[in-house]
Design a binder for this molecule. Structure first.
Ligand SMILES: CCCCCC/C=C/CC(=O)SCCNC(=O)CCNC(=O)[C@H](O)C(C)(C)COP(=O)(O)OP(=O)(O)OC[C@H]1O[C@@H](n2cnc3c(N)ncnc32)[C@H](O)[C@@H]1OP(=O)(O)O
Length: 301
């Protein structure tokens, strides 16, 4: 899938600093890595070949403090994913977090609060693009979910082929948009319905459920819950099962299952952007975001 949307100016801006980081440029051997070991990534996305599994890359998100999906972070994720997709040495990716206790806090609220319509439109394009790229990836994508994963973080998880969640009572996963006074877009909703079924999604979406690990497993929003120190090794074992299937058969099957859902967005991307911009620009929605951001601040005391 081509990187179709208008990310070029930002992409160029992002590429410049990477060029100054020895070994950090996409596709170059990393500083300190052995000859021929490919390690590519960016300031916020660390991508390394899994030393224990041929053809597998581990992608670690590191946008502290909470891996919120800012425009810059989304762009870096997109570039790394595109690079991996085009590198025939890789057949699978494990997506995980480098921020302790947090997989991803979801979309960056500061990209939607107090921003002008043009910025919101650019941001939403990037959100759409990340979803499409992960959801339709030809690679096997396993989520090693080592922290809380609300809203956009949950969408990212749901877009993986398989989800392993760490069994920690502090962690939770779900589409909690209504708690913020906003709504999950139809394609977030579609992916949740596909995963947990209509009735469970109806309740979860309206009530903004964030499922703790045991409930998450029970409802099927994740596939496995394991002790925290086994998340990566479990993801690796699952990856081996998925990679035992011939790529072409698995990829065509994935496409068969996922394309109708992706097509619903692909057929109306511009309208979806306009809808988002109209919605997010409303005074009432900006007020809700303000209240939510204030709550986050006050939580700190
Ligand atoms: C028609 C279409 C409609 C629109 C659809 C839009 C869909 C939106 C989907 C989304 O993804 S909205 C985002 C939802 N995310 C959340 O609700 C999570 C909010 N965050 C938290 O609950 C907590 O931060 C945490 C993730 C549980 C971590 O808690 P912790 O105590 O470790 O850290 P904090 O002190 O709360 O946060 C640190 C720092 O980060 C800021 N921050 C947290 N989350 C976000 C975020 N999503 N976007 C931007 N910034 C975030 C938080 O305010 C703190 O900032 P400072 O006070 O340090 O400046």
């Amino acid at each position: 899938m081509a990187l179709t949307v208008g990310l070029r100016p930002l992409t160029r801006a992002l590429l410049r600093p990477w060029a100054r980081v020895p070994g950090a440029a996409l596709g170059r051997p990393a500083a300190g890595s052995g000859d021929g070991v490919r390690c590519f990534g960016s300031p916020r996305v660390l991508v390394e070949p899994d030393p224990a599994a041929v053809g597998v890359a581990v992608m670690k998100m590191r946008n502290p403090p909470v891996n919120s999906l800012s425009l810059e972070f989304l762009t870096e994720l997109l570039i790394s994913l595109e690079k991996l997709e085009n590198d025939k040495t890789f057949r699978g990716i494990i997506i995980t977090s480098d921020c302790p206790g947090i997989f991803s806090a979801g979309l960056d609220l500061l990209e939607m609060y107090g921003r002008d319509p043009a910025h919101c439109a650019e941001y939403w394009k990037a959100v759409q693009e990340l979803w499409l790229r992960v959801y339709l990836s030809n690679l096997v994508v396993i989520g090693a979910i080592n922290g809380i994963s609300p809203a956009g973080g949950c969408l990212l998880s749901l877009s993986c082929d398989y989800r392993v969640l760490a069994n920690n009572p502090k962690y939770a996963i779900g589409l909690n948009e209504t708690l913020l006074g906003i709504i999950a877009p139809f394609w977030f909703k579609d992916v949740l319905v596909n995963t947990i079924g209509h009735r469970a999604a109806e309740r979860a979406l309206q009530l903004g459920f964030l499922f703790p690990p045991s409930d998450a497993l029970q409802v099927g929003i994740v596939d496995q819950v394991v002790p925290e120190d086994q998340v990566q090794s479990t993801a690796r074992s699952v990856m081996a099962q998925w990679l035992a299937i011939p790529d072409h058969a698995r990829q065509l099957t994935k496409n068969l299952v996922r394309k109708p859902t992706a097509d619903r967005l692909l057929q109306q991307r511009d309208a979806d952007i306009q809808n988002f911009v109209r919605f997010i620009s409303r005074d009432s929605i900006q007020k809700s975001l303000h209240v939510y951001l204030e709550k986050l601040k006050q939580k700190k005391g």
